[in-house]
Structures are given as structure tokens and as C-alpha cells.
Design a binder for this molecule. Sequence first.
Ligand SMILES: [Fe+2]
Ligand SMILES: [Fe+2]
Length: 198
Amino acid sequence: MPGSDGGPRGPRPRPARLPARPAPPAADDVIAVIAPQHEHVKTLLEAVRQQTGDRRAAAFHTLRLTLALHETAEQQAIHPLALRQLGAHDRAANDRIAEEQTAGQTIRALELVKVDSDQFDATFGHLAASVTAHAAAEEADEWPALRQITDPPVINSMVEQMQAVSRLAADPAAPGIQATFTEMQEWARARLPSPPAP
Ligand SMILES: [Fe+2]
Ligand SMILES: [Fe+2]
């Protein structure tokens, strides 16, 4: 059957196109994975605050597991590389590691008290404030240093490390509500990808 122009109908020849070449990875790809995790942690902190009883215990479990994974991944693949960019004279990366260790101690103290006790409320208030300030400090002090990293294998390694956080947090075999924060950290260290080569 002829077309409107009288010619035969059929697919028009398309101009030859070169296959699209993926853009090289950029440090912003790492930030794009970490930023939603920081927002997720803030949501989890609020969930613990708003719940009571078993629901608060469940929300606290999700927060502990998420922090164990997120902070372990940062200690393996983010802080050492930020430190390398910033130089040994800059305290930013070391301060962030110290804050993560302090938060871990606070979480271990919280595991020893009932979730509906006044002591939990008071100590959790400190934890929430310090974890929020810690994330803001990473964003302000470390992320500018990360943005200077241009080596694609290093960037890919950082992205893989931080993407594994969300994947492992959803793993049905992840440590349950009875597990301690220390056990969650050990589980995270055993399953997160290898950190970027120094
Ligand atoms: Fe952190
Ligand atoms: Fe972080």
C-alpha cells in the first residue's frame, strides 16, 4: 500500500548513532548515595522518639542496624579517603571517627535500659542531637574534600561501599532485635565490600 507521498510505506531509515558512552563516575555519585542515608537516619531518630513500647524497641533496632552499617561503611571507605584529601593537619575526618565511636558508646548504654524509661528518653535525646550534628559536620567538612577525588576506581569503590549499606539493612539475615550494636558492627564489617585500596 502506498504512503501519502505515494512512496512505499515502511520504517524510515534512522541516522547511524554511536552507542552512548556512560559518563565517568564523579564524586557527586558518592554524595548522591550518602545524602539519602543521612535523611533516613533523621527519620529513624524521629520514629524512635514518637513511638513507645514494642514499636519503639523495633524502631530503635532499625536505627541501630542502619547506624552500624552506615558508620562502618564510612569508616572503611569515606573517612580514610577524606583524610587523604584533607591532609593529616586537618582534624575533620578524625573528629568524625571519634564522634562515631562516642555514638556507639551511647547506643550501648541505651541497650541496657528499658525503652520507655526516663533514662532512655534523656540519653536518646543526646544521641539524636549528636548523630544529627555529626551528619551535618560530614556534609560541611568532608564532602568538599570527597568532591576533589577524580580516580574512577576509587569513586566506584566508595559508591559500592555505601550502596551496600541499604542492601544489607534490608537483608532478612541481618541481626535481629536481640542483637547488640557490637554484634551488628561485626556483622557489617564481615559483609560490606572491601574498602578502596590505599
Ligand atoms: Fe558518619
Ligand atoms: Fe554519614
